[in-house]
Write a protein that binds this ligand. Sequence first.
Ligand code: NAD
Length: 552
Amino acid sequence: MPKPNPRHPNFPVPGGPELRAKGWRQEALLRLLENVLSVGEDPDNLVVYAALGKAARNWPSHRAIVRALIEMDEDQTLVIQSGKPVGLLKTHAKAPLVIMANCNIVGQWAKAEVFYELQRKGLICWGGLTAGAWQYIGSQGVIQGTYEIFMRIAERRFGGDLSGRFVLTAGLGGMGGAQPLAGRMAGAAILCVDIDLERAKKRQQVGYLQEIAPDLDTALAMIDAAVKEKRALSVGLVGNAAEIYPEIARRGIVPDVVTDQTSAHDLVYGYVPKGMSLDQVRSLREDGRGQLMAASRASIVEHVKAMLDFQKKGAEVFDNGNLIRTQAREGGVADAFDIPIFTEAYLRPLFARAIGPFRWMALSGDESDVALIDDLLLEMFPENRIITNWIRLARQHIPFEGLPARIAWLGHGERTALARRVNQLVASGELKGPIAFSRDHLDAGAMAHPNIMTERMKDGSDAIADWPLLDAMLLCSSMADLVVVHSGGGGYAGYMTSCGVTVVADGTKAADERLDHALTNDTSLGVIRYADAGYEESFEEIAAKGIGYVKV
Ligand code: NAD
């Protein structure tokens, strides 16, 4: 039975035991497509997050995808090109049900202007990472990543947690909206600036943001009080980060940690330049693109200069994956890359072991299914502090959005073991319905992004996109249910290539085989990618777990 969705009444949350498709595998992918829209930012326009990250190219394409998923047999594969279905072909029951390629533009042409033009002609759409691949699970999808970053900073600089520390950030959108809760979970007093009151209210409604301050003075006073009392607190402030950050610096206040998650990757549909209202920006999006791009870049220059200023005064400053440094450097800020990227600064040792953002969605729509898997995780991995700490915190703090889902940073072997055990629980009826397993594209073998995931790799292999392409081919050979290759990133083209995967645990023997092969090979390639680049942790993992690395 679908559940009403007060935020987007036309996009109910799927669930229940009835199938519309011919089998659970097809039904699962249909529910995941419905789910990304139910938790999306602007589902009427098929936008899931990050300004233009879409679930399908347009409504006719969406309807055709839904029809195909309902009508297709298990031995067919639906082929999707940038959000538009183009073929329903006979393959075999072990082949993926859906393969996709989204927003891949040939190198020399991979530029924002070309993307915008192709999009205007209706020839392409951008799938973000998890939007076009129907894997987005609301703000929870990035929250553990953000939390782990905060905790690494806390361990290195502040004695283990962020209590009594001031974190400054901006952006309360589909992904950035995870920041206030992640900050609070790490113990911080966190101030989140967003230009759009509606975004702040939305985060407050779903329980991710506690307070919205009426002005900067009040916001700073609230933060100051929380810092003094070592009380965790999240405060939203409506304003432009390009004005608020320099103003905080001008007052001589230095936050302990500074980052940003405005949609700075997009100078037209994402970032809002200072001095402009949201309505002004909207009216310029079609006819004044050049003017808007120039104004956004000029604001980002000031925004990043303030971040550099905080860094010079001792704050821990990092880029949280929105390409703000890249935009600033293109605007003339030569030292923008003095700000480190979060992956290299905090998470690389985890990725080198293929520990990354694994996730699962309860297709029954029943929250008790996620609770049961939480218990299972604690029982299966009692020694793993990252997992046990996270599951306890997540249970306490994270409200469900859309289909009940959970993210947990699991590594090689752990993902497969969990998924196969869950498949048994689906078969025995202890879980109310099948579970879909997936992961973020920001995963060890799955992404080449020289300004985010693979910046300053040990061997200089930052820009080599062979790895995600190999991953996608490997996952097709390993019987995954959905495999996707995305490109895009900042400026929508040319910045990154990534691979996504979904495998459905429907309780069958065939699912057990699919989960075993796909999840094991996915993380094997992840460890191999980092071993190939010379990371010691990967060699340890290969030796400990017997991964089939070919050393030349
Ligand atoms: P979004 O478009 O849903 O939200 C962006 C928010 O920024 C909006 O609420 C908007 O009002 C606000 N904003 C824009 N310009 C502003 C300004 N000048 N001052 C204050 N607020 C401003 O985007 P999202 O999905 O939250 O993603 C944000 C960014 O993070 C994107 O660039 C995305 O690519 C990146 N991202 C990083 C990771 C990661 O792994 N670290 C993951 C996902 C997304």
